[in-house]
Design a protein around this ligand. Structure first.
Ligand SMILES: Nc1ncnc2c1ncn2[C@@H]1O[C@H](COP(=O)(O)OP(=O)(O)OP(=O)(O)O)[C@@H](O)[C@H]1O
Ligand SMILES: [Mg+2]
Length: 254
């Protein structure tokens, strides 16, 4: 499998002299093209720190992070902005849609910023609108649509520029269970039909059960990993995830 992300011995220490807090502790992880990877772990285990470093929003203290063969830890700030725009798509818990723009304008924003031609923007918009079933709400503002529709618009915006990888931090965190289900099915479809590589941080075993592989973080390290077998029903994978989560909880209580 072609490698999209290769992390080696990544360490992140927060704080100053005498007051060090290691949030990531020599973490290594490889993600192949077309994977839908879940990152789970207790609060404070380093999930958001890891995601922010992959997102090039933050830097590690030590270690290597290669995305599409490029060493992002050693890129200049100016190059990072462009790299992020060209290679990464983001889905945030609170949607991050701009209130004063319609959903259409929000979705097209990454392409407008990248100075794409109107014809190209129109073609991409029509493709993602179809994927996410957003046709009827394109001219509405975020305040005029449901949470699920906002989140689908955010997902459409994340993939409109054909990114190498989509990063999502608790994307279902603010949704009721039926909107969460629609979003997860959408992510699954993005992954399966469009072959988009997704990395999703989640607390929720149901959300995680849509992934093909889960890594479990504890104290800034990967301590366990689960892979969904070919043809394994989601329900069976969900049960497996729950048992690892329970085991991690027990270890914590020791
Ligand atoms: N800017 C910061 N300065 C100092 N310490 C930080 C900072 N950001 C995070 N930390 C610490 O690093 C550790 C990992 O934090 P992180 O946000 O990555 O955890 P998380 O797994 O995402 O947790 P949660 O599930 O609660 O979102 C925590 O102990 C946190 O307190
Ligand atoms: Mg977090």
């Amino acid at each position: 499998m072609e490698s999209i992300l290769q992390i080696s011995d990544l360490t992140k220490v927060y704080g100053f002299r005498g007051n060090h807090y290691p949030a990531l502790n020599g973490l290594s992880l490889g993600v192949g093209k077309g994977e839908f990877l879940g990152v789970m772990g207790p609060s404070g285990s380093g999930k958001t720190t890891l995601l922010n470093i992959i997102a090039t929003i933050d830097r590690g203290s030590r270690g290597v992070v290669m995305i599409n063969g490029q060493d992002t830890q050693r890129m200049r700030r100016g190059d990072l902005t462009r790299f992020r725009r060209e290679h990464l798509g983001f889905i945030f818990q609170d949607y991050n849609l701009l209130d004063t723009l319609t959903l259409r304008e929000n979705i097209c924003l990454p392409l407008s910023i990248a100075n794409q031609t109107p014809a190209e923007i129109k073609a991409r918009l029509s493709s993602v609108t179809q994927t996410f079933g957003l046709h009827d709400v394109l001219d509405k503002f975020p305040a005029q649509v449901s949470g699920g529709q906002k989140q689908r618009a955010a997902a459409a915006r994340a993939i409109i520029s054909n990114p190498t990888m989509v990063l999502a931090d608790e994307p279902t965190g603010a949704l009721d269970s039926s909107s969460a289900k629609v979003l997860l099915q959408t992510l699954e479809k993005m992954n399966q039909s469009l072959g988009i590589t997704i990395l999703m941080v989640t607390h929720d075993a149901t959300a995680a059960s849509y992934c093909n592989r889960i890594v479990f973080l504890k104290d800034g390290r990967i301590i366990s990993e689960l892979r969904r077998a070919a043809q394994q029903p989601r329900r069976a994978f969900f049960d497996q995830i729950l048992s690892v989560v329970a085991l991690m909880g027990e270890k914590e209580a020791e």
